[in-house]
Write a protein that binds this ligand. Structure first.
Ligand code: SF4
Ligand code: SF4
Length: 148
C-alpha cells in the first residue's frame, strides 16, 4: 500500500481530489470511529497556542498550568504534544472525546481524508495507514478505483 502511495507521489493521476471526495462517504459507511478511537489511544495530536489557550480556559487554568499538567514540547518537531497515551481527554468507556467541541484543530481535521491538493497528504497517509482503519480503507478504495 505504501508503494501505491509512492507511485501516486511520483505520477499524480488526474482528478485525484475529485476521486477522494467521492470515495470518502463510502469509507464512513464501513468505518465507525467510536468502535475504534485508535488515533486517540495510540497517537498524539499537536496543540497550537490557540488550542492550549481555549482548552485551558475551559478548565479554568492558565495555558502554563495546562501545559505543565498534560503536554510536552517536542523540540525536534517544534510541537506541543500529549505527555501520555491514550489521550487524557478520551473517555475509555465509550471512546468519546470529553472535550469534543473544543478539541485541538489537529483532532478535528484528522484523518484528513478529502483534502484540496490531496497529493500533499500522501506522506500523512503513508504514516496513518498503520494506525487508522479509515485511512487504510480510503487508500484501498483509491487503489481499486485507479487499478494501480
Ligand atoms: S484511527 Fe481513524 S478510524 Fe480510528 S477513530 Fe481515529 S480517525 Fe477514526
Ligand atoms: S483531544 Fe479528544 S479527539 Fe483529540 S486525541 Fe484527545 S480524545 Fe482524541
Amino acid at each position: 500500500m505504501r508503494s501505491f502511495l509512492n507511485k501516486l507521489l511520483k505520477n499524480q493521476p488526474r482528478g485525484l481530489d475529485k476521486l477522494t471526495k467521492a470515495l470518502e462517504p463510502k469509507v464512513w459507511e464501513e468505518i465507525d470511529c467510536l468502535s475504534c478511537a485508535n488515533c486517540c489511544k495510540t497517537m498524539t495530536p499537536t496543540y497550537t497556542k490557540a488550542d492550549i489557550k481555549r482548552i485551558a480556559a475551559h478548565f479554568g487554568e492558565t495555558p502554563q498550568q495546562f501545559s505543565d499538567k498534560w503536554l510536552i514540547y517536542e523540540k525536534k518537531e517544534k510541537d506541543w504534544q500529549n505527555k501520555k497515551q491514550p489521550c487524557q481527554f478520551l473517555n475509555l468507556t465509550d471512546n468519546k472525546c470529553s472535550i469534543y467541541e473544543i478539541r485541538p484543530l489537529d483532532c478535528s481535521g484528522f484523518p484528513h481524508l478529502p483534502r484540496k491538493r490531496m497529493i500533499d497528504y500522501m506522506h500523512v497517509h503513508k504514516q496513518n495507514i498503520e494506525y487508522c482503519p479509515a485511512t487504510y480503507k480510503l487508500v484501498e478504495k483509491m487503489q481499486e478505483a485507479l487499478r494501480v
